[in-house]
Design a protein around this ligand. Structure first.
Ligand code: URA
Length: 209
């Protein structure tokens, strides 16, 4: 069963407070999201395998550890997911980055994938799907299904803020996927916004309205 981890580190919670504030401007919002993404990546990668290496320090020979070559792939869901990519890449610079763009057809309510471009070896990678606002969970659910259809077997989901509805959907549809959150909020409102949330993450990141 996939686990849900709320990363309630004081630094993450502090920065999330300023991310949420309505008078935080685009520049500061973007910088804070980037910083929180890095802090979250630190926790998300806690279980990466390491191997021992024998090295020479200036003082002696030492047996130390390095990452054992597990390949990582980041998959931001367009467009708000883009805001968290650089923060993660700063810690894991060798990660490859795929992109998924989805919308829901208003008539059929079926997900329409308008863009997808992934590393060619996703079946060998640990994939971190990035969806800053897990609201109904529809996009993340569809994106994860799409990655699995293409061979991915090892997927984590990373979100700044989630609503219980979104978490429940991912747990039900993808019980193998661990979910990492900066915060688990109260609910969705009638317009589909997370409450208390932060508003529209894409608009706030890119200064659109
Ligand atoms: N997407 C957002 O950007 N904000 C929400 O509150 C819900 C979905």
């Amino acid at each position: 069963m996939g686990n849900v981890f709320v990363l309630d580190h004081p630094l993450i919670q502090h920065k999330l407070t300023y991310i949420r504030k309505k008078d935080t401007g685009t520049k500061e919002f973007r910088e804070l999201v980037d910083e929180v993404a890095g802090l979250m990546a630190f926790e998300i990668t806690r279980d990466l395998p390491v191997e021992e290496k024998t090295i020479e320090t200036p003082v002696t020979t030492a047996v130390t550890k390095t990452l054992s070559g597990k390949k990582i792939g980041l998959v931001p869901i367009l467009r708000a997911g883009l805001g968290m990519v650089d923060g993660v890449l700063r810690l894991i610079p060798a990660a490859k980055v795929g992109h998924v763009g989805l919308y829901r057809d208003p008539e059929t309510l079926q997900p329409v994938e308008y863009y997808i471009k992934l590393p060619s070896d996703i079946e060998e990678r640990e994939l971190i799907v990035i969806d800053p606002m897990l609201a109904t969970g529809g996009s993340a659910n569809d994106a994860i299904a799409s990655l699995k259809k293409r061979g991915a077997t090892n997927i984590k989901l990373m979100c700044l803020i989630a609503a219980p509805e979104g978490v429940d959907l991912i747990k039900k549809e993808h019980p193998d996927v661990d979910i990492y959150l900066g915060a688990l909020d109260e609910k969705l409102n009638e317009k589909g916004y997370i409450v208390p949330g932060l508003g529209d993450a894409g608009d706030r990141l890119f200064g659109t309205k």
